[in-house]
Design a protein around this ligand. Structure first.
Ligand code: FCB
Length: 467
């Protein structure tokens, strides 16, 4: 089935029980970096290092959600959210990444979960959204196999504490980003720059996922999800014309990058094997000695859902003689192209049809799991005027992508829900606070929250279960 047209208007109704929600992540919103025994994470270290984050911003205060979570849950209730995806800061639970749990840290997530449940909002807990305890990084971080085992211990601690009230568990958020921006091009914490380290980190993240998934399952978890940053890999011509002809060389480039971006994680997790392209990349960059016998069986632990974070397509073409990009070991001979499309404040092209293509493809390639859009959204330069934020561009972005998601459902994708990124403006990693993704505006001086027009619109979408 190919998606060639986009619905641009008209009524669209989503399936019954479709889950509507919003997502955030601990380091991006919590602040309270030293409160109640929290240990330092790699993002505290990285953001305190001059030159790593725009304007020298850090997550030390962020949206102060640690103290304002009740008000934030009240906002979610007001918007009618069914689900809230948040992450747990591992260094609040185990300040040095191993050993006994810090009760004060656990108590925060207890309070948050109870407040959500009282508001009728289902908690979707992500165990790892990039804030690795610094003490584990000092021992090698994700390049060390031991970190995978520490992660599974931490997952068990969290289930033990919240499992009586939380049904939806995610192991990792975007392991590609953790591995290849964290250890490959160094744009994210811990800021290392080695293809070999990045490939080892990717494998140990997967191993940690598998070990944690098994630990959660045997403890009784109802639903387990792995969240990936995925994107259709297109040639420049395909961006605006999905049926555009593609040369053999361009098709080969796209095929390889798809293996590096998406299949590197979903093939091991769901099919129990690595794509050849990934093994070849590892062979050319220090070897595969870190992949031990039995690892793929561990990684292939049964899960229920794949979460898809989609922002824009990945656009490539044949680039004879080009070296591999630092974030893409194995991409020799590929050119990462720019495209003719409107862009967000991040410079990311706006291509809603990419979401339907992606969802349809994933549901065909991995038919045994359900799908959820766990992040989708856009940064724009919002301004508050008379207590309002007229963020028409964001609203248009969201509407286009919801229509694309609906098209994918009509084309057979088993899509269970949609979570907007993000509930709040927040600390956008290396971009700091200058990039606003929230449907709720945050004034970082006063911590005042203002619902943007997109939030008011999203509330209507949820109440109608459609557009
Ligand atoms: C994703 C991250 C999320 C947020 C968005 C914009 O890669 O998971 O934390 O930064 O991008």
């Amino acid at each position: 089935m190919t998606i060639t047209t986009m619905e641009t208007r008209g009524t669209v109704v989503f399936p019954e029980n479709f889950v509507w929600g919003a997502a955030t992540a601990s380091y991006q919103i919590e602040g309270a970096a030293k409160a109640d025994g929290r240990g330092p994470s790699i993002w505290d270290t990285f953001s305190a290092t001059p030159g790593k984050v725009r304007e020298g911003d850090t997550g030390e205060v962020a949206c102060d959600h640690y103290h304002r979570y009740r008000d934030d849950v009240a906002l979610m209730k007001d918007l009618g959210l069914n689900a809230y995806r948040f992450s747990v800061a591992w260094p609040r639970i185990q300040p040095t990444g191993s050993g006994a749990a810090n009760q004060a840290g656990l108590a925060f997530y207890d309070r948050l979960v109870d407040t959500l449940l009282e508001a009728g909002i289902a908690p979707y807990v992500t165990l790892y959204h990039w804030d690795l305890p610094q003490a584990l990084e000092d021992l090698g971080g994700w390049t060390s196999r031991d970190t995978s085992y520490r992660f599974a211990d931490y997952a068990a601690i969290m289930y033990d504490r919240l499992g009586d009230r939380v049904s939806h568990w995610t192991t990792l958020n975007e392991p590609w980003v953790s591995a290849f921006l964290g250890y490959g091009n160094g744009v994210h914490a811990p800021g290392r720059t080695s293809a070999h380290d990045a490939l080892r980190a990717a494998h140990h993240l997967l191993l940690g996922h598998g070990l944690a998934a098994s630990a959660l399952r045997s403890a009784g978890a109802e639903e387990i999800m792995l969240v990936v940053n995925s994107a259709p890999v297109l040639t420049p011509a395909q961006v605006n014309d999905p049926s555009a002809a593609v040369s053999e060389a361009d098709a080969a480039a796209a095929h390889r990058v798809h293996a590096l971006l998406t299949r590197q994680f979903l093939d091991p997790a769901l099919l129990g094997r690595y794509p050849e392209e990934v093994l070849e990349a590892a062979e050319r960059n220090g070897g595969t000695a870190h992949v031990l016998d039995g690892d793929l069986e561990i990684i292939n632990a049964p899960i229920d859902l794949v979460g898809v974070n989609y922002y824009n397509p990945c656009v490539v073409e044949d680039g004879p003689g080009l070296p591999a990009d630092a974030a893409w070991p194995g991409s020799e001979g590929v050119r990462f192209a720019t495209v003719e499309a409107p862009v967000t404040a991040m410079g990311w092209p706006i291509v809603p049809s990419g979401l339907s293509r992606l969802l349809v493809r994933l549901s065909q390639d991995y038919p045994r799991v359900g799908l959820m859009v766990t992040e989708n959204g856009a940064a724009f330069d919002d301004v508050v005027e008379d207590g309002r934020v007229h963020d028409d561009a964001r609203l248009g972005y969201l509407e286009g992508h919801l229509r694309a998601a609906h098209e994918a459902i009509e084309a057979g994708a088993d899509l269970r829900g949609y979570l907007v990124w993000s509930l709040l403006d927040n600390f956008e990693w290396a971009e700091g606070y200058g990039r606003r993704f929230g449907v709720v505006h945050v004034d970082y001086t006063t911590q005042a929250r203002t619902l943007k027009d997109s939030a008011l619109w999203y509330r209507d979408v949820i109440s109608r279960n459609g557009l």
